[in-house]
Ligand binder design. Structure first.
Ligand code: ASP
Length: 582
């Protein structure tokens, strides 16, 4: 090896050793007679030292010519430092330099390559290869590596086999648009990139693989909401001959294993909640359970007292914000503004302050006396010092709005601590959801999900009430994974396509291969996929998934470093039989 040690390795025990280091010049401090250089590689920083009168004059000259990010090979002797730096592991030593070889020069980088950089997002993305030299970004990718290693270790230990599935395929519907690739050899025809390996993993179950997984790229052409990537990674899994509970316990085991091995955390047993309860008590199918603040339905105490907003509402529902009775008028106005924002959509907010002296102060004093307000408080388990926040209206919208308010208040109260983790299984999702735009039922998960057998009769009468054997894992209010028990017979799969508005012909054309396969001894099976990028970012305590992806795209779906997507030549277009209108 060119180097004897890395820049993160030397300690007092190496004193007087002759060493060779390689790395990048992070900083140069020239005090005239004394010169220090911080040399960096991915393992750390080592201080190099030169001294006028002692170090060779030509060597000093070379040292003084170094700029930031020059790549060098340095030889020298390890010595104890006079003033130690206890912030870095190599802070007790420095290397007295005897030779410097410049391996490559560098232009001055467009931003400082330090933990706190002066580079904005755009600049960092354009020069991502420099950004990746920074500790926080590199550490995020190291965490990702560890997560992948531990995922493989856990699943391998349970006899799962990693199988690669193709990338040039045809549409696998996961609710997004497909990215397509023109086929030169088949003019006018296109491959689709997989939105997930869903159909292939099911086929592997038909093939008897029994336990499959893959850490795999998926592609979805969606309008990019903040922090979504058009290509992303899943831990994709499938098992045969299992019940839903077998799957949940196997993959709860995976998450627990990751927490233990990567973060040293013993994750509590993951509770189960039905979708119906999640909506009723948290107004969300991905409740953040790091804190309580459960909904209380208040129709009984709220209605019939002449307050029309309550009387006309299908649902009156509240939350108790512990210790918030002292919220000022301004703070409550801010909450009211929050719920009235168009994306939240509530018409107004009712509050009841439970004062410390046992009295109540509310925005609806005109309609409710102290005794009645006390009933609200009792219903909400509110005590003196608490603040009750109430919304009223249509059931689903009101629940969703209160769910948002619950998160907003919890953030204000510091209840959403990134270093605290609460996982949850949400199960029994509806099989179908109504799409107003197309006036059609869509599969809520995907069309291969099996309905609960006891709900099948409802398919004809009230499709929206049919529950599926589908489940999500939620971590800190974020969906990190989802899956289902699958349909594994042709007839049911065919019926499902019919309910989704496919003609028999369309279904056959698109998914005939899968239905055919179901006629050759398909075992009962089910599975799950975890969003790997998101999982890594949650483990890393970050809001964004960007830094857990080596080369991410921006919010417009562009890679600004390689400048992609980009136009292709007319010759190429012609070869692909694609005509472009001018
Ligand atoms: N293919 C599904 C998804 O990408 C996961 C699954 O059902 O296993 O969400």
């Amino acid at each position: 090896m060119v180097r004897t040690h890395t820049c993160g390795e030397l300690r007092l025990s190496h004193i007087n050793k002759q060493v060779t280091l390689t790395g990048w010049v992070q900083r140069l401090r020239d005090k005239g007679s004394l010169l220090w250089i911080d040399l960096r590689d991915r393992y750390g920083i080592t201080q190099l030292f030169l001294e006028e009168g002692i170090s060779d004059a030509a060597l000093l000259q070379t040292a003084r010519s170094l700029g930031r990010e020059f790549v060098v090979k340095v030889e020298g002797i390890v010595a104890a430092r006079l003033s130690k730096n206890d912030k870095i592991p190599t802070g007790e030593i420095e290397v007295k330099v005897s030779s410097i070889e410049i391996l490559n020069a560098s232009k001055t980088p467009p931003f400082t390559i330090e933990d706190e950089t002066d580079g904005g997002d755009d600049l960092r993305m354009k020069y991502r290869y420099l950004d990746l030299r920074r500790n926080p970004v590199r550490e995020s990718l190291q965490l990702r590596h560890k997560m992948a290693q531990q995922t493989r270790a856990y699943l391998d230990g349970l006899n799962f086999i990693e199988v690669e599935t193709p990338v040039l395929i045809k549409s696998t519907p996961e609710g997004a648009r497909d990215f397509v690739v023109p086929s030169r050899m088949n003019p006018g025809e296109f491959y689709a990139l997989p939105q997930s390996p869903q159909t292939f993993k099911q086929l592997l179950m038909v093939s008897g693989f029994d336990r499959y997984y893959q850490i795999v790229k998926c592609f979805r052409d969606e309008d990019l909401r903040a922090d979504r990537q058009p290509e992303f990674t899943q831990i994709d899994c499938e098992m045969a001959f299992v019940t839903q509970d077998d799957i949940l316990s196997t993959f709860e085991g995976l998450i627990r294993h990751l927490f233990k091995t990567v973060k040293g955390i013993d994750l509590k047993e993951v509770p189960h909640m039905s979708y119906a309860d999640a909506m009723k008590y948290y107004g969300s199918d991905k409740p953040d359970t790091r804190f309580d603040m459960k909904f209380e339905e208040l129709n009984k105490v709220a209605q019939g007292k002449g307050f029309m907003v309550f009387d006309d509402a299908a649902l009156v529902v509240g939350i108790c914000a512990k210790g918030c009775a002292g919220y000022t008028r301004k703070q409550i106005d801010e909450l009211t503004e929050f719920v009235k924002k168009p994306q939240i959509g509530a018409k107004g907010l009712v509050y009841i302050r439970c004062e410390s002296n046992g009295t109540y102060k509310s925005s609806v004093d005109k309609f409710f006396d102290e005794i009645e307000l006390a009933r609200f408080a009792q219903q909400c388990n509110a005590e003196a010092g608490d603040l009750i926040l109430i919304l009223a209206g249509d059931q689903d919208k009101t629940r969703k709005a209160l769910g948002e308010l619950r998160l907003h208040v919890a953030s204000q109260l510091g209840l959403r601590d990134k270093n605290k983790f609460a996982a949850l299984w949400v199960r029994d999702f509806p099989l179908l959801e109504w799409d107003e735009e197309t006036k059609k039922w869509n599969a809520m998960h995907h069309p291969f999900t099996s309905p609960k057998p006891e709900d099948i009769p409802l398919l004809k009468t009230s499709p929206g009430d049919v529950r599926a054997n589908a489940y999500d894992m939620v971590l800190n209010g974020t969906e990190i994974g989802g899956g289902s028990i699958r349909i594994h017979d042709r007839t049911t799969q065919q019926q499902m396509f019919t309910h989704l508005g496919f003609t028999d012909e369309e279904a056959k054309k698109q998914f005939g291969f899968l239905m055919d396969a179901f006629e050759y001894g398909a075992p009962p099976h089910g599975g799950i996929a975890f969003g790997f990028d998101r999982l890594c970012s949650l483990f890393g305590g970050a809001d964004s998934i960007r830094d857990f992806i080596a080369f991410p795209k921006n919010n417009a779906g562009r890679d600004v470093m390689i400048d992609s997507p980009s136009a292709i030549s007319e010759a190429q277009l012609k070869e692909l039989s694609i005509e472009v209108k001018k």
